[in-house]
Ligand binder design. Structure first.
Ligand code: SF4
Ligand code: SF4
Ligand code: SF4
Length: 327
C-alpha cells in the first residue's frame, strides 16, 4: 500500500517545481466510498491526496484533455509539465498516447503507483447501498476493510475486486518518473477464456446478444468521453458535414457507433475498463474491446501501450504483409 505521508510529501515537492503547472491525483469523494480526481495546483491542496483500492479512475484521460484546452486570446500556451498519478493499467494509456505522438514525453511527469487491485464500485454499491457518510476502503492482507459512519466491515478481496484486476499483468506502471512504492510482481494472467467462450457462439446468437445490448444504448457518449484513447480533436461522431452518423438513437445508428468505435480502438485499447465502468445502462463494452485485443495479439503479436518504441499497429506495414484481403 502506498504510504500517504510519502505520497503527499512527494506531491508537494512536485507541485512546487517551477516546471510543473498541475498535478492530477485522487481525493475522497463527497459521500460513500467513491474517490474523485483531484487537480492540484499548489502545495496546500496536496494534503487531500489519497490512494486506496477505491481509486478506479484512469487519470491518463485528463492528460489528453489538458492538451486540448483552448489558449486565451493574447496568451501563450502554458508548456509546463502536468504531473499525473497512474496505476499499472493506466500507465499503458500514457505509453500508447506517446506512441501515437499525442504529446511529447517531456510534457508529463509520471508518478507511478504499484497496484494490488481496485474495487468494482458496482459491487461495493450492491453490498453497501445508501452510505451517505464519506467512507474509506483499505486493503489489509487479502481483505478489504470498508469503514463508514463509525462501522467497519471486512470483505475478502476477491469479492469486490474489479474484473480487470483478476487478470492484471502489469500492476507496476510501465512508465514513470517517480515510483511511489515497491514494485508489485505480476499476480495474474490473461488467457482470454471469456472471449473464447463468446467466439464459440453462432453468428445468429451473437447478433441477438449484441442487438439487445445496442438497443439499450442511449448514446450519451460517456464511454467515448472517459476513454484515454478517444482524443481526436475532430471526432467523426460530431461531424455534421459530411454526417457520417446520424444523431438518432436507434438500433441501426447505435450499432454503427459501437462498431466504428471498436474498430477505431483496435490495436489502441489498453483495456482499462473505463468505458464499461461509466456506462449508465450496463453495456458490457469490454467484451467487444477484449475480442479486438485478442485478435490483435494473435494476428500481429501486438499489445498496445507496452512499448513506447513500438509504432502504432495500424500506422505501419511491412512489404511482406498478407494482402489477400485486397480485391
Ligand atoms: S488492472 Fe492491475 S494496475 Fe489496473 S487497477 Fe487492477 S491491479 Fe491495478
Ligand atoms: S456509455 Fe453506454 S449508453 Fe452511453 S454511449 Fe456508451 S454504451 Fe451507450
Ligand atoms: S475502450 Fe474502454 S477499455 Fe479501451 S482504452 Fe478506452 S476506456 Fe479503456
Amino acid at each position: 500500500m502506498v504510504d500517504l505521508t510519502k505520497l503527499r510529501e512527494m506531491a508537494k515537492e512536485v507541485i512546487s517545481r517551477e516546471d510543473v503547472r498541475e498535478l492530477i491525483g485522487y481525493r475522497p469523494g463527497t459521500y460513500g466510498f467513491r474517490v474523485r480526481p483531484a487537480f492540484v495546483t499548489g502545495p496546500d491542496d496536496a494534503d487531500d491526496l489519497v490512494f486506496t483500492p477505491a481509486c478506479v479512475n484512469n487519470l491518463a484521460s485528463y492528460i489528453v484533455l489538458e492538451e486540448k484546452l483552448p489558449v486565451k486570446r493574447g496568451e501563450e500556451p502554458d508548456l509546463r509539465k502536468v504531473a499525473v498519478m497512474v496505476k499499472g493499467c493506466d500507465s499503458r494509456a500514457l505509453l500508447q498516447q506517446m506512441e501515437e505522438k499525442a504529446y511529447p514525453r517531456e510534457r508529463i511527469l509520471v508518478l507511478g503507483i504499484p497496484c494490488t487491485g481496485v474495487v468494482d464500485m458496482a459491487k461495493v454499491q450492491a453490498r453497501f447501498p445508501d452510505v451517505l457518510e464519506v467512507g474509506e476502503i483499505a486493503l489489509e492482507g487479502e481483505k478489504l476493510v470498508l469503514s463508514a459512519g463509525g462501522t467497519k466491515e471486512e470483505v475478502p478481496k476477491e469479492e469486490l475486486l474489479a474484473d480487470k484486476c483478476t487478470r492484471c499483468r502489469y500492476p507496476t506502471p510501465l512508465v514513470y518518473d517517480e515510483l511511489l512504492d515497491a514494485e508489485v510482481e505480476r499476480f495474474a494472467d490473461d488467457d482470454y477464456a471469456d472471449v473464447a467462450e463468446m467466439e464459440k457462439r453462432s453468428a445468429a446468437d451473437k447478433w441477438a446478444y449484441w442487438e439487445e445490448k445496442f438497443n439499450r444504448c442511449i448514446r450519451c457518449y460517456s464511454c467515448r468521453n472517459v476513454c484515454p484513447m478517444c482524443y481526436c480533436e475532430d471526432c467523426v461522431l460530431l461531424r455534421l458535414q459530411p454526417q457520417w452518423m446520424r444523431r438518432s438513437v436507434d438500433l441501426s445508428e447505435n450499432t454503427a457507433y459501437h462498431i466504428s468505435r471498436a474498430y477505431h480502438l483496435a490495436g489502441r485499447c489498453i483495456q482499462c475498463g473505463e468505458c464499461q465502468r461509466v456506462c449508465p445502462v450496463d453495456i458490457p463494452l469490454m467484451e467487444l474491446n477484449r475480442k479486438f485485443s485478442k485478435d490483435v495479439l494473435e494476428l500481429y503479436d501486438y499489445e498496445p501501450g507496452t512499448d513506447v518504441e513500438n509504432p502504432p499497429l495500424l500506422s505501419t506495414f511491412k512489404v511482406e504483409d498478407r494482402e489477400d484481403f485486397i480485391m
